[in-house]
Design a protein around this ligand. Structure first.
Ligand code: 5GP
Ligand code: MN
Ligand code: MN
Length: 480
């Protein structure tokens, strides 16, 4: 398929709408020449398949971290018109509202150096992690519904964190259209014991230090300075979101047939926006998203407590404010400008970070002038990045950019290629401490199992769909 693809400009490729008779739009790939050559055809086929779906608007987009996924590629965005478009759970993914949160401090690396072992050990202990890990709180009966309907608001009301935290979360940590009655009992039962836990594998909690500033003005607005210790959380909606996705894939598998939608791939199962199936899914998916925001909020609280315990100062005195919290697996109803008109769209971001530019009302007031913070993790052994959203992203990618380095090796392949001991030694040589639930996860998550995050953010920056603000590097990481 690659020979049919045209380069539009530096680092942007077009998949013409003529590749396949059924295409209703074209495709766009944000890749440099090297990553274009390396990209598997399967991921491009998925872009073509999405461009065939009803109501697809403008183009199906592959971001710099694109790779093959369930139906929709990971590192992809697709927007469908509310008028004649569809909603598809595969375009969101299983870990609904998997996302990233960054917490800052006023500490320098030298302030914590002696305590780093203790800190990471205590974080590992205080924030439950691992496959099927259970949170350490007991929800009262029916409280799960409040979590699903109120998200981070529920968490703050129940003593997890500060009122002002909510201002700096995407959607303020709660999508109001969520409806817990659309979430199955099975999903709730999986969610109840796991609330307040990190999960496993790719999910992590990392103490980092700001290593480089690319844009002083924006870094200043975000409160970031070179040498500052920060904490990054990557976690999602645990078994609850996974179950919501599974439940509604089954619903959609019937719905697309009933609504006579022609699919290139059954994994794209979907339903028209105004159908009951799509509306129910959206409400349930939003509820799972709220669960994830509550989850990251609770972990934030325990991170602050842990720092207080070990360092003997209050979290407020240590300046432990949240910089921002992004969702990178979600679909949202948004209005985007197109040729001077307002278009109501359902923007599916799967392994994609919202990157709204300056002036957007969706951005916290204090960041509105410079665009929203975009958080892009790398690996436990490399840098991670903070970027800012742009007007270019609004015009080209429905306000979106990449969400990570993106995997190149499957977990099983990574386990064959890497020995945990060797990875630990490499990390140690680079001054990174690690605490993990199993040895296996260390090999599965080897930095070499991921693409080069530096080049991913460089493509984002050079094409302008999000601009670099700061680089952070890991000091210590906990892995579930
Ligand atoms: P995903 O949500 O697709 O599983 O992962 C998001 C991204 O997180 C991955 O593409 C990878 O770049 C990054 N990542 C995975 N594990 C770690 C880690 O331990 N530390 C950091 N900083 N990034 C990680
Ligand atoms: Mn996840
Ligand atoms: Mn994720």
């Amino acid at each position: 398929i690659k020979d049919k693809i045209k380069k539009v400009r530096d680092n942007v490729y077009e998949v013409p709408g003529s590749v396949n008779k059924k295409m209703r739009a074209s495709g766009r790939l944000y890749l440099d020449d090297e990553s274009f050559e390396a990209l598997e055809d399967g991921a491009i086929d998925q872009i073509v398949n999405i461009a065939c779906l009803p109501g697809v608007h403008r183009y199906a987009i592959g971001l710099p971290d694109i790779h093959f996924g369930y139906g929709f590629p990971i590192g992809g965005v697709a927007a469908f018109s509310e008028k004649n478009g569809i909603v598809s759970p595969g375009g969101v993914g299983f870990d609904i509202n998997c996302g990233v949160r960054l917490i800052k401090t006023n500490l320098k690396q030298s302030d914590i150096e002696d305590k780093l072992d203790e800190l990471i050990e205590a974080l590992f202990k205080n924030i439950p992690s691992g496959v099927g890990s259970k949170g350490k709180i007991k929800l009262k009966e029916n409280e799960i519904d409040d979590v699903l309907n109120f998200g981070a608001e529920w968490a703050v009301e129940n003593g997890y964190g500060w009122e002002e935290d909510l201002e700096v979360l995407e959607e303020n940590g709660r999508i109001k259209e969520a409806d817990s009655t659309k979430v199955s009992d099975k999903a709730k039962r999986r969610g109840i014991p796991q609330l307040g836990s990190l999960g496993s594998g790719n999910h992590f909690l990392e103490i980092q230090v700001v290593d480089e500033i690319y844009n002083d003005e924006v870094a200043g607005v975000y409160g970031l300075e070179k040498g500052m210790v920060v904490i990054m959380i990557h976690s999602g909606s645990r078994g609850c979101g996974h179950q919501v996705c599974s439940d509604y894939l089954r619903v959609m598998d019937k719905a697309y047939k009933n609504h006579q939608i022609d699919l290139a791939d059954r994994q794209l199962a979907c339903a028209p926006f105004d159908s009951k199936e799509a509306q129910d899914y959206l409400k349930a998916m939003y509820a799972a998203a709220n669960y994830a925001w509550a989850n990251r909020q609770m972990m934030t609280h325990w991170i602050r407590e842990t720092f207080e315990d070990i360092l003997g100062k209050s979290a407020k005195d240590m300046g432990m404010d949240i910089v921002y919290d992004v969702a990178h697996n979600i679909a949202k109803q948004e209005t985007h400008k197109f040729k001077g008109n307002d278009m109501k769209l359902v923007v599916h971001r799967k392994g994609a970070t919202r990157a709204f530019g300056p002036g957007s009302e969706e951005i916290p007031e204090k960041y509105r002038k410079v665009g929203q913070p975009v958080l892009i993790p790398g690996t436990m052994g490399t840098a991670s990045y903070v970027l800012h959203g742009t007007q270019t992203a609004m015009e080209e990618t429905f306000g979106s950019t990449a969400h990570g380095a993106g995997r190149v090796l499957s977990r099983s392949q990574a386990k064959k290629d890497y020995k945990p001991e060797e990875i630990k030694n490499n990390l140690a040589a680079n001054g990174v401490k690690i605490r993990a639930t199993t040895e296996n996860v260390i090999a599965e998550e080897a930095p070499g199992a991921y693409k080069d995050v530096d080049s991913v953010v460089k493509i984002s920056d050079s094409t302008g769909i999000a601009k670099l603000v700061a680089k952070v590097k890991p000091l210590a990481v906990t892995k579930g």
